[in-house]
Design a protein around this ligand. Structure first.
Ligand SMILES: Cc1ncc(C[n+]2csc(CCOP(=O)(O)OP(=O)(O)O)c2C)c(N)n1
Length: 522
C-alpha cells in the first residue's frame, strides 16, 4: 500500500465514523481510498470532500463531540487554513478520538513552502506521530486514536511526501466497531469563554509531563545502544538510516516517531555518545531544540551544521553522506530523469482564458493579474506569462482588491472554481462591500483539477453564490472558453474592465482530463 492508503485502511479498521478533508498533495489519496472502499461504504463512513481545511477540521471536531472517531486530512499549508480550529481543539479537548493527519512536502514538489507541521503540534500542545514505514502508518492510526481517547486530546499525525507516496506490504489487524454516541460530562470545556479557556489551558499544560512519559515508553520510539556515534532519526529518517545499514547499524540509535520529545531517551543518547547526528525530514525541529540557543559543543550535528542540507527533503543518499560513508551507492535515480516543466494540457479551457486576457491587457499600460493556486497557476509560465502573483489559496481576489485600493487599474483576479469556494468567497464580499474596482475571473472547469479531479464544492452554484454575495447581475458574465469564442470573450473582458466596480466573469468549460475519465468510464 501507499503510505496514504495504509493510513486510510488503518483508520477504517480503527473504527472511524468519518474522514473530513480538502484535497492537497501528498494527502489526497487517503480520502480517495476511503471514498472507494466497499468496507467504508458498508460501515456508512462519511467521506465527502469538504469546502476547505477549516470546515473539515471543525466537522471532525463535531464528530468527536458526539463521542465518535474522526480522521481529518490535509496538506501542510492546509493546516494554516485550519489552524484556528486546530489550536482551539486542543483547548476544548476531544470526546471521540480525533486524528489530524497532515502531509508535509519538503522540497516543495507541489507546494509553495516546506513548513514542518510538527511546529503546529508543539504549538497546540498535542501529541505528534510520525511513522517511519507503511506498516507503522497503518498500526499507528489506531494507537493515535487510542491516545486521543485516553487523554481526550486531538493528535497530529505527520507524513512527508515519500512516506505518503511510496509503497510497502502492510499486514492488517482486527476491524474495530465505531463508537456509540455519547457526550462529555464536562460541558463547559466546549465553550471557550475566557473563564473556561483559562482552566482548560492549565489542564492542557498539566497533562504534558504524562504525554512526555508516554513518548518515552512508546513502542514507536526505540532506543538501541551501539558505539559512540549517536543518531536520532525521526519518522522516515529512520527508514533512510536503516537503508544505509543493510546488515544492522552499529551506532547508538534513537528512533523518534512520537512526540512530545522523549527527553529522557534523548539525554541518554547525548550522554553516551561523542557526537549525535539528527536525521529529520523537514525543518530542524528536533535539532534546534537539542542545540538550544547556547550549545557550542558541536556535539549535535544535522541540518544546522551542514551534515545534511538545510533545505529540501531527506534522501537515502544525503543521509548516507551525513553518516560519513565515503564509497558511493546511489539510491536515487532522479539524476537520470530529464526535467519536465509542467504545462497546461492541450485543449484546457484555462489556455483560452489566458489568450483572451493577454490580448485585452496589452491595451493597458499598468494592468496586473493576481492569480491563485490551481492548474491555472501554470499561466505564469511561457507561453502565457499571464499572471503576476500566486501566494496562498484565495489571495487573488483580496490582493486585487488591495491593489485597486492602492490605485492600480486594471486590477484583475484569476481564481479557479474550487479555490473560489475554498477561500475566495469572503474576499469577494470584501470587494463588494467596498465597491472595489476589480475584474474577477473565476475560471470554472467544474472540478478540482490540480489535485486529480475531485468534486468541486461550488458545482452549479457559482452564479448564485456571486449574486448572493452582492455582485450585480449585469456584471456577472458567463462565457465558454473556446478559440472560436475568442472575440466574444475579449469583448466581455474589455467591457467589465471598463466598469467601475466589481465584475465577475465565469469562463466555464469542463476540464478535459475529467471529461476523458468520464468518457472512458461510460
Ligand atoms: C491551503 C491549500 N489547500 C490545498 C492545496 C492544494 N491545491 C492546490 S490547487 C487546489 C485546487 C485547485 O482547484 P481549482 O481552483 O478548481 O483549479 P483547477 O486546478 O481545477 O484549475 C488544491 C486543492 C493548497 N495548495 N493549499
Amino acid at each position: 500500500m501507499l503510505g496514504d492508503q495504509a493510513i486510510a485502511l488503518g483508520a477504517i479498521h480503527a473504527g472511524i465514523t468519518g474522514v473530513y478533508a480538502y484535497p492537497g498533495t501528498p494527502s489526497t489519496e487517503i480520502t480517495e481510498y476511503i471514498q472507494d472502499s466497499l468496507l467504508a461504504k458498508e460501515r456508512g463512513i462519511h467521506s465527502q470532500w469538504c469546502t476547505n481545511e477549516k470546515t473539515a477540521m471543525e466537522a471532525a471536531l463535531g464528530v468527536s463531540y458526539v463521542g465518535k472517531r474522526a480522521l481529518v486530512c490535509m496538506k501542510h499549508v492546509g493546516l494554516n487554513v485550519a489552524a484556528d480550529a486546530f489550536v482551539n481543539s486542543s483547548m476544548t479537548g476531544t470526546n471521540g478520538g480525533l486524528v489530524v493527519l497532515v502531509a508535509d512536502d519538503p522540497s516543495m514538489h507541489s507546494s509553495q513552502n516546506e513548513q514542518d507541521s510538527r511546529f503546529y503540534g508543539k504549538f497546540a500542545f498535542t501529541p505528534i506521530f510520525e511513522p517511519s514505514s507503511q506498516q507503522e502508518a497503518y498500526d499507528m492510526v489506531r494507537y493515535a486514536f487510542d491516545v486521543s481517547e485516553k487523554y481526550e486530546i486531538p493528535v497530529l499525525m505527520r507524513l512527508t511526501t515519500r512516506m505518503a507516496h511510496s509503497r510497502a506490504v502492510v499486514e492488517t489487524s482486527k476491524i474495530r466497531e465505531q463508537n456509540e454516541i455519547k457526550f462529555s460530562e464536562d460541558k463547559s470545556r466546549w465553550v471557550l469563554l475566557p473563564v473556561n479557556a483559562r482552566r482548560r489551558y492549565n489542564e492542557l499544560l498539566a497533562v504534558q509531563p504524562e504525554l512526555e512519559k508516554l513518548s518515552c515508553e512508546s513502542p514507536y520510539n526505540l532506543y538501541k545502544k551501539g558505539n559512540k556515534l549517536g543518531v536520532i532519526a525521526c519518522g522516515i529518517g529512520y527508514n533512510y538510516l536503516m537503508e544505509n545499514y543493510p546488515d544492522g547499524c552499529d551506532r547508538t540509535v534513537l528512533k523518534i516517531s512520537q512526540y512530545p520529545l522523549p527527553k529522557e531517551l534523548i539525554r541518554k543518547v547525548v550522554n553516551e555518545c561523542d557526537e549525535v547526528l539528527v536525521i529529520e525530514d523537514g525543518q530542524p525541529f528536533v535539532e534546534e531544540q537539542l542545540r538550544g540557543l547556547l550549545d557550542e559543543s558541536g556535539k549535535i550535528r544535522g541540518r544546522l551544521t551542514g551534515e545534511l542540507p538545510r533545505v529540501g527533503e531527506l534522501t537515502p543518499d544525503n543521509v548516507r553522506k551525513a553518516l560519513g560513508f565515503t564509497h558511493d551507492v546511489h539510491f536515487s535515480t532522479s539524476e537520470n530523469v530529464v526535467g519536465r516543466p509542467p504545462a497546461l494540457c492541450t485543449g484546457c479551457g484555462h489556455r483560452d482564458v489566458y489568450d483572451a486576457l493577454n490580448e485585452v491587457l496589452r491595451e493597458y499600460e499598468n494592468s496586473k493579474v493576481f492569480s491563485d493556486i490551481g492548474c491555472y497557476t501554470l499561466g505564469a509560465l511561457p507561453p502565457f506569462r499571464a499572471i503576476d502573483t500566486c501566494v496562498d489559496m484565495g489571495a487573488s481576489i483580496t490582493m486585487a482588491k488591495g491593489a485597486a485600493d492602492g490605485g492600480l487599474f486594471p486590477s484583475v483576479a484569476v481564481i479557479g472554481d474550487s479555490t473560489f469556494t475554498h477561500s475566495g468567497i469572503t474576499g469577494l464580499l470584501d470587494a463588494v462591500n467596498s465597491n472595489a474596482n476589480v475584474t474577477i475571473v473565476i475560471s470554472d472547469n467544474l472540478t478540482t483539477a490540480m489535485t486529480g479531479g475531485q468534486d468541486s464544492a461550488g458545482y452549479e452554484k457559482l452564479e448564485d453564490i456571486c449574486l448572493g454575495v452582492g455582485v450585480e447581475k449585469e456584471h456577472l458574465r458567463i462565457v465558454i472558453p473556446l478559440p472560436k469564442n475568442m472575440e466574444e470573450i475579449k469583448n466581455t473582458i474589455r467591457e467589465e474592465i471598463e466598469y467601475n466596480g466589481v465584475s465577475v466573469i465565469i469562463p466555464r468549460r469542463e476540464c478535459i482530463q475529467t471529461l476523458k475519465k468520464k468518457t472512458r468510464k461510460k
